[in-house]
Design a protein around this ligand. Structure first.
Ligand code: NI
Length: 136
Protein backbone atom coordinates (compact mmCIF):
# COMPACT_ATOMS: atom_id res chain seq x y z
CA UNK A 1 0.00 0.00 0.00
CA UNK A 2 1.31 3.44 -0.97
CA UNK A 3 -0.01 6.72 0.45
CA UNK A 4 -0.05 9.90 -1.65
CA UNK A 5 -0.84 13.31 -0.17
CA UNK A 6 -2.05 16.58 -1.62
CA UNK A 7 -1.76 19.68 0.54
CA UNK A 8 -3.96 22.74 -0.03
CA UNK A 9 -4.53 25.96 1.88
CA UNK A 10 -7.64 28.08 2.18
CA UNK A 11 -8.78 31.07 4.19
CA UNK A 12 -12.20 31.20 5.78
CA UNK A 13 -14.11 32.67 8.68
CA UNK A 14 -16.36 31.02 11.22
CA UNK A 15 -18.09 31.45 14.53
CA UNK A 16 -18.45 28.55 16.95
CA UNK A 17 -21.78 28.51 18.75
CA UNK A 18 -24.74 26.29 19.41
CA UNK A 19 -28.06 28.08 19.03
CA UNK A 20 -29.52 25.81 21.72
CA UNK A 21 -27.07 27.15 24.32
CA UNK A 22 -27.44 30.42 26.24
CA UNK A 23 -24.99 33.24 25.48
CA UNK A 24 -23.16 32.40 28.73
CA UNK A 25 -22.85 28.72 27.83
CA UNK A 26 -21.62 29.53 24.32
CA UNK A 27 -19.04 31.87 25.81
CA UNK A 28 -17.93 29.27 28.35
CA UNK A 29 -17.66 26.40 25.84
CA UNK A 30 -16.31 28.20 22.79
CA UNK A 31 -14.48 31.18 24.33
CA UNK A 32 -12.79 33.42 21.75
CA UNK A 33 -14.17 31.28 18.92
CA UNK A 34 -17.66 32.40 19.97
CA UNK A 35 -16.91 36.02 18.93
CA UNK A 36 -20.24 37.39 17.67
CA UNK A 37 -18.95 38.57 14.30
CA UNK A 38 -16.68 35.61 13.67
CA UNK A 39 -12.94 35.35 13.07
CA UNK A 40 -10.69 33.90 10.40
CA UNK A 41 -8.21 31.07 9.92
CA UNK A 42 -5.70 30.11 7.29
CA UNK A 43 -6.56 26.45 7.11
CA UNK A 44 -4.23 23.78 5.78
CA UNK A 45 -5.88 20.71 4.30
CA UNK A 46 -4.07 17.42 3.67
CA UNK A 47 -5.82 14.71 1.70
CA UNK A 48 -4.26 11.24 1.67
CA UNK A 49 -5.17 8.56 -0.87
CA UNK A 50 -4.00 4.97 -0.38
CA UNK A 51 -3.58 2.40 -3.12
CA UNK A 52 -1.37 0.19 -5.20
CA UNK A 53 0.97 1.56 -7.83
CA UNK A 54 -0.46 1.31 -11.34
CA UNK A 55 2.37 -0.41 -13.26
CA UNK A 56 1.67 1.39 -16.51
CA UNK A 57 1.77 4.93 -15.02
CA UNK A 58 3.88 4.44 -11.90
CA UNK A 59 1.23 6.43 -10.00
CA UNK A 60 -1.24 5.50 -7.27
CA UNK A 61 -3.29 8.46 -8.40
CA UNK A 62 -2.02 11.34 -10.54
CA UNK A 63 -1.72 14.20 -8.03
CA UNK A 64 -2.82 16.67 -10.74
CA UNK A 65 -6.14 14.86 -10.79
CA UNK A 66 -6.38 14.83 -6.99
CA UNK A 67 -5.66 18.56 -6.97
CA UNK A 68 -8.48 19.22 -9.44
CA UNK A 69 -10.93 17.09 -7.47
CA UNK A 70 -10.08 18.91 -4.23
CA UNK A 71 -10.42 22.30 -5.93
CA UNK A 72 -13.74 21.48 -7.60
CA UNK A 73 -15.42 19.92 -4.58
CA UNK A 74 -13.80 21.64 -1.60
CA UNK A 75 -11.56 24.67 -2.15
CA UNK A 76 -13.98 26.47 -4.47
CA UNK A 77 -16.69 26.05 -1.83
CA UNK A 78 -14.72 27.15 1.25
CA UNK A 79 -11.97 29.58 0.24
CA UNK A 80 -12.76 33.16 1.33
CA UNK A 81 -16.14 32.01 2.62
CA UNK A 82 -18.03 32.17 5.89
CA UNK A 83 -18.18 28.53 7.00
CA UNK A 84 -21.37 29.11 9.03
CA UNK A 85 -23.35 30.49 6.11
CA UNK A 86 -21.80 29.85 2.70
CA UNK A 87 -20.86 26.17 2.59
CA UNK A 88 -23.56 23.65 1.64
CA UNK A 89 -21.81 20.66 3.19
CA UNK A 90 -21.54 22.41 6.57
CA UNK A 91 -25.13 23.62 6.85
CA UNK A 92 -26.57 22.82 10.25
CA UNK A 93 -23.15 21.93 11.68
CA UNK A 94 -20.90 23.81 14.08
CA UNK A 95 -17.86 24.57 11.86
CA UNK A 96 -15.18 23.10 14.11
CA UNK A 97 -12.11 21.50 12.52
CA UNK A 98 -13.72 18.14 13.38
CA UNK A 99 -16.89 18.88 11.40
CA UNK A 100 -14.92 20.47 8.55
CA UNK A 101 -12.74 17.35 8.23
CA UNK A 102 -15.77 15.04 8.16
CA UNK A 103 -17.58 17.32 5.70
CA UNK A 104 -14.59 17.37 3.35
CA UNK A 105 -14.28 13.58 3.59
CA UNK A 106 -17.91 13.23 2.55
CA UNK A 107 -17.31 15.57 -0.41
CA UNK A 108 -14.32 13.57 -1.66
CA UNK A 109 -14.90 9.94 -0.75
CA UNK A 110 -16.76 8.86 -3.89
CA UNK A 111 -14.80 11.15 -6.27
CA UNK A 112 -11.40 9.42 -6.05
CA UNK A 113 -10.84 7.53 -9.34
CA UNK A 114 -7.86 5.40 -8.27
CA UNK A 115 -6.99 4.16 -4.80
CA UNK A 116 -9.15 4.98 -1.79
CA UNK A 117 -9.49 8.06 0.37
CA UNK A 118 -7.47 7.30 3.51
CA UNK A 119 -7.35 10.48 5.57
CA UNK A 120 -8.45 14.11 5.66
CA UNK A 121 -6.47 16.39 7.93
CA UNK A 122 -7.37 19.99 8.78
CA UNK A 123 -4.88 22.28 10.47
CA UNK A 124 -6.72 25.20 12.03
CA UNK A 125 -3.56 26.64 13.57
CA UNK A 126 0.06 25.56 13.45
CA UNK A 127 -0.42 23.52 16.60
CA UNK A 128 -4.00 22.26 16.30
CA UNK A 129 -5.19 19.78 13.74
CA UNK A 130 -7.85 17.16 13.31
CA UNK A 131 -7.65 14.00 11.23
CA UNK A 132 -10.60 11.94 9.97
CA UNK A 133 -10.25 8.48 8.46
CA UNK A 134 -13.87 7.65 7.78
CA UNK A 135 -16.37 5.63 9.74
CA UNK A 136 -14.76 2.81 11.72
NI1 NI B 1 -11.75 29.51 15.01
Amino acid sequence: MVFVTRREVFSASHRLFNEKFSDEENERIFGKCNNLNGHGHNYVLEVVVAGEINQSTGYVLDLKILKEIIHDHVINKVDHKNLNLDVDFLHGKIPTAENIAVGIWDQLEDKIPDGKLYSVKIYETENNYVEYRGKV
